[in-house]
Design a protein around this ligand. Structure first.
Ligand SMILES: Cc1cc2nc3c(=O)[nH]c(=O)nc-3n(C[C@H](O)[C@H](O)[C@H](O)COP(=O)(O)OP(=O)(O)OC[C@H]3O[C@@H](n4cnc5c(N)ncnc54)[C@H](O)[C@@H]3O)c2cc1C
Length: 447
């Protein structure tokens, strides 16, 4: 017998397959081999349990414990002789046998064959699912299209609110716990969704709500008008020393900045612009200014209190305006210079819905650069979601049932991709919930 305690201390390790992009271009064998040293370590996991069901399960009666012991001891020649006693062609079966011996291994009674889960997206929702499932004994691989994991925690939220070292520290822990991260890998492009669903027992889409809301006033095509995320992610990439995704350098330095959108993302654009050296930052919002302190129309806990939020960024110096609709951008030499805004009111229509009514009062705001921080409409459909053919709800988010299952078998979804743009706490909560559903599914399948 190899090492009597190895089955406790050493985890199962597979050599895996060659990368998809490489192997689909040839007909060479896809499976890789462990190194001789790794193979010896794996052989030590056979505990010679005394009830070798593996002999019985193998149609050839291959003597597993004996030859694993030889491998563990580095006696390769003796090992192959034991194999040849029962099997004429171990070189064939080693490649194509579905290994009934492994399924019947006594270790499997405690260590049921590990079920593999792919998590697509490494924001807070994806990381929460990954940790929950990994701790329940499933083998979790997280695929992330960006250079580093973290989702909006890393590339959206500015460093001055969340230092990325905090994310790196947590990621080290997750990796040490056994979660595998495949970054720079966009599912639906670098690897197809179909391939992932084939290779994993369950797939969870935690891809966020990446499609930004846009507006279309006259002059929208002028240079210098950016989505907030292009600006914020670039600043985070600069701090991280990463190559820039948006190759054009977006800078607020010495500029009059107009942020359209009065929410948290807009506030992050304010703080980032100030740090970059903007001359003046104006933030405008189409909705009315919320009351300060308390709002009797949105009492907690019946609804989230709609009260005026003043962030640390606002306190750094920013003009804030409400009830303004942008009707035109004006420019010089193709670059934005001003925004024309109109004062508006919200009035109740006959059907009870609020409608926006222009007052006719307009003004011009200087804007050398404009950031559109208008929220997100839903996850990006093109690519992975459309390829998989998942169903959408009325808002364009991934539609899921009570167990967080999408319309595609064994494909789950969670986080902003399901809820629409939300909060980190909600993403984590949603990730934990879907992890439980996936665990239930995989344990049912094991039984
Ligand atoms: C600027 C900004 C500031 C915010 N500030 C706060 C805040 O202060 N507090 C708060 O609670 N919330 C805040 N939020 C909201 C919060 O960040 C999100 O609600 C949360 O991150 C959503 O988590 P998620 O895991 O669902 O998605 P995300 O964090 O969006 O992560 C999705 C991940 O999936 C990856 N991905 C997408 N498609 C693929 C694919 N096909 N293959 C591989 N990977 C893919 C993306 O690259 C991304 O890394 C902020 C949001 C923004 C935009």
């Amino acid at each position: 017998m190899g090492n009597p305690k190895a089955f406790i201390t050493i985890s199962r390790k597979e050599a895996g397959y060659r990368p998809v992009l490489e192997r689909v271009t040839d007909f060479e064998e896809v499976e890789q081999a462990l190194s001789q040293e790794e193979r010896k370590v794996q052989a030590s996991r056979c505990m010679d349990c005394g009830i070798p069901f593996c002999h019985w399960a193998c149609p050839l009666g291959n003597r597993m414990p004996e030859w694993q012991d030889m491998i563990y001891k580095g006696k390769w020649k003796e090992g192959v002789e034991i194999l040849h006693e029962t099997n004429n062609f171990p070189d064939f079966t080693g490649r194509v046998c579905p290994a009934p011996c492994e399924k019947s291994c006594v270790l499997a009674l405690h260590e049921a064959p590990v079920k593999k889960v792919a998590v697509v997206g490494s924001g807070p929702a994806g990381l929460a699912i990954a940790q929950q499932l990994n701790r329940k004994g499933h083998a979790v691989t997280v695929f992330e299209k960006d250079k580093n994991p973290g989702g909006l925690l890393r590339y959206g939220i500015p460093n001055f609110k969340l230092d990325k070292k905090v994310i790196d520290r947590r990621l080290r822990q997750l990796e040490e716990e056994g979660i595998v991260f495949r970054t720079n890998t966009e599912i639906g492009k670098d690897i197809s969704g179909e391939e992932v669903t084939k290779r994993f027992d369950a797939v969870c889409l935690a891809i966020g709500a990446g499609k930004p809301r846009d507006i279309n006033p006259v002059g929208r095509e002028l240079k210098g008008i950016y989505f907030a995320m292009d600006f914020l992610s670039q600043q985070n990439q600069l701090i991280l020393g990463e190559p820039l995704t948006h190759t054009e350098r977006i800078s607020a330095r010495d500029r009059h900045v107009l942020v359209i959108g009065g929410g948290d993302t807009g506030s992050d654009c304010v703080g980032t612009s100030i740090r970059q050296g903007a001359v003046k930052v104006t933030q405008i919002e189409i909705l009315p200014k919320p009351p300060v302190g308390k709002n009797s129309s949105t009492p907690w806990p019946h609804s989230y209190p709609n009260i005026l939020k003043t962030s640390s960024s606002h306190n750094e110096g920013c003009e804030r305006r409400w009830l303004l609709n942008t009707i035109e951008f004006k420019g010089e030499n193709g670059a934005v210079k001003e925004a024309v805004v109109e004062e508006i009111n919200w009035q109740k229509a006959e059907n009870g819905r609020l409608v926006m009514v222009g007052t006719g009062n307009t003004e011009t705001i200087r804007a050398d650069v404009v950031f559109l921080a208008l929220g997100f409409v839903h996850p990006v459909h093109e690519g992975l979601l459309d390829e998989l053919g998942v169903g959408y709800d009325v808002r364009g988010n991934v539609a899921v049932d009570r167990e967080s299952r999408s319309s595609v078998a064994n494909v789950f979804a969670t986080g902003d991709a399901v809820m629409g743009a939300s909060l980190v706490v909600k993403a984590i909560a949603s990730g934990r919930k879907v992890a439980e559903s996936i665990h239930q599914l995989l344990t049912r399948e094991k039984d």
